[in-house]
Design a protein around this ligand. Structure first.
Ligand code: COA
Length: 158
């Protein structure tokens, strides 16, 4: 049943109490940064009325950052994370982002699946000393090559 449900990805337009309750439940077993006071946008993937995946992009210290990407186990490997990532990249670009950032552990599936493919590159602080144990920042430079490979990310495209 769930496998065949049509998935739609939408920006959360009204961060209502009802949405907030579902959001808290969705991330109940992991920590997610509170971004309410920052310029931000949440994107959710819905299967009918059920939240199948959720994510956020926010602006902090002049940096657009993607976070909180999660897809419910029963909806995985159907391209939902990619759709949520592309929606957030497009949103940031439409808001003028020249770079988009993401922090993640080495080897994390989130990075492998959803960031490297778009051209995110690891940025090691402290003159390039990254260890496998720590979370690292990845940066995507918004450049013509991105739009050549992913035309749908171009601002103004549906
Ligand atoms: C990582 C995660 C977001 C991927 O979601 P998803 O919707 O299944 O991913 P997609 O179907 O969009 O991604 C597909 C790509 O990721 C890769 N991928 C996804 N799942 C994979 C798996 N189990 N093994 C290997 N590669 C995988 C593939 O490369 C695939 O690309 P392709 O189909 O073009 O080859 C999901 O597994 C997840 O939510 N994991 C838990 C993350 C979490 O809980 N984080 C804490 C947040 S607080």
């Amino acid at each position: 049943m769930k496998k065949s449900a049509e998935i739609t990805v939408r920006k959360i337009s009204r961060e209502s109490g009802e949405w907030r309750t579902r959001y808290e439940a969705f991330y109940s077993d992991c920590e997610i940064k509170r971004v309410d006071k920052l310029d931000h946008a949440y994107f959710a993937a819905y299967a009918a009325d059920e939240i199948a995946g959720h994510s956020v992009v926010y602006l902090e210290n002049e940096r657009w950052v993607m976070d909180g990407l999660r897809v419910k186990p029963e909806f995985r490997e159907r391209g939902i994370a990619k759709k949520l990532t592309e929606a957030r990249i497009r949103y940031a670009i439409e808001r003028g982002a020249k770079e988009i950032w993401y922090a993640c552990d080495d080897g994390n599936l989130v990075t492998i699946c959803c960031h490297l493919r778009y051209g995110f590159e690891k940025v090691c602080p402290h003159e390039g000393h990254c260890t496998a144990a720590t979370a690292h920042w990845y940066r995507l430079k918004v450049a013509p090559a991105l739009f050549k490979k992913f035309p749908a990310l171009k601002p103004g495209r549906a």
